[in-house]
Design a protein around this ligand. Structure first.
Ligand SMILES: [Mn+2]
Length: 324
């Protein structure tokens, strides 16, 4: 796998890197690492996403240019399109729509989600056991014998921190710590990244968090925690870059909770479902019922509205899938 990817990187000159809609820390960190890896090879590289970099990740822009695609616009010329932390053009939003009509381009998928091998990639940098997509770009550096620049190290670390919940989730193993330790040995300062990621919250996030948590309910003898964010609350979330992951994190800290179900009513009326499992329940299977997916312990999908109907459908599916 690495040999083929390296051969592609060596043989081509122009690269476009794009990540999924509403890019998270793994997506952005991986883009950063891949950008600097390719730059180090003397390549012509651009990062182009459908959505802007959210405020909590804006420190990554110190060393790396992120461009935002204007819907309907053409893509800049490229020989290789790298799809990061996802595997289908449909996850790229407007970038994917523009890319669908482009011919003669090799698509490289850099991903760790279940099913990425059934996506739109011509070539895969893919391992479902990788803790983050960024860890695959770390491996790519090592296989290539390439130096890891400080911006790339930062990107890889942010990707790990994001997808392991700062080294707390079950995807954190000795290999994860070995990568982190290597990056720290190279001069990376974890506490600086922690502060940058988690200690720059806006005050407006406090009432959003308290309202969301106080509205949460516990179903099926407390084994499922359910939180609904209606359009009004989501408008305030968007206004201050509040990270809804924080709600999931709080709810899964409650004793007895096996699954957290978060439903967000997006401003265009669509309902986004996020699922987290605290134990043996495979929420990827559940998300797949609704055309989504992800990982066994963290997955998502889009549901039909309105919000209350989506909640009933999700809980019904939970009962069917797990018999809880
Ligand atoms: Mn990821």
């Amino acid at each position: 796998m690495f040999e083929d990817v390296l051969a592609l990187c060596e043989s081509k000159r122009t690269f476009l890197i794009s990540g999924h809609l509403r890019p998270d820390g793994d997506c952005l960190g991986t883009e950063v690492a891949l950008y600097h890896f390719l730059k180090g090879m003397g390549k012509d590289v651009r990062i182009l996403n459908a959505d802007r970099v959210e405020r909590c990740y804006d420190f990554l822009e110190r060393h790396t240019p992120f461009e935002v695609h204007s819907k309907g616009g053409e893509l800049p010329g490229h020989e290789v399109h790298c799809l990061v932390d996802c595997s289908t053009l449909s996850r790229l939003g407007s970038v994917g729509e523009a890319a669908a009509g482009v011919e003669g381009v090799t698509r490289l998928v850099v991903d760790h989600h279940i099913g990425a091998d059934r996506g739109d990639g011509d070539l895969l940098l893919f391992d479902v056991a990788a803790p983050s997509a960024g860890s695959l770009v770390y491996d790519l550096h090592r296989k290539a014998g390439a130096p890891i620049s400080m911006p790339a190290a930062e990107g890889i670390f942010v990707s790990l921190a994001a997808d392991t919940g700062w080294f707390r989730y079950s995807n954190t193993d000795d290999a994860t710590f070995a990568i982190a330790a290597d990056l720290v040995a190279r001069g990376l300062k974890p506490h600086e990244l922690y502060d940058a990621l988690y200690r720059r919250r806006q005050r407006e996030s406090i009432p959003i968090l308290t309202e969301a948590l106080s509205g949460a309910s516990f179903e099926l003898e407390g084994r499922i925690a359910v939180c609904l964010l209606d359009k009004e609350l989501m408008r305030r979330v968007d206004g201050c870059d509040f990270q809804t992951d924080e709600i999931l994190e709080q709810l899964r800290s409650i004793e007895g909770v096996e699954i957290v179900l978060l439903l967000k009513e997006l401003l265009d009326g669509r309902i986004k479902m996020s699922l987290r499992s605290t134990g043996a329940r495979d929420v990827d299977r559940l998300a797949r019922r609704f055309g989504g997916g992800g990982h066994a312990k963290a997955a998502g999908a889009e549901l039909e509205g309105p919000l209350v109907r989506a909640r009933d459908a999700a809980i019904e599916a939970l009962v069917e899938e797990f018999g809880v």
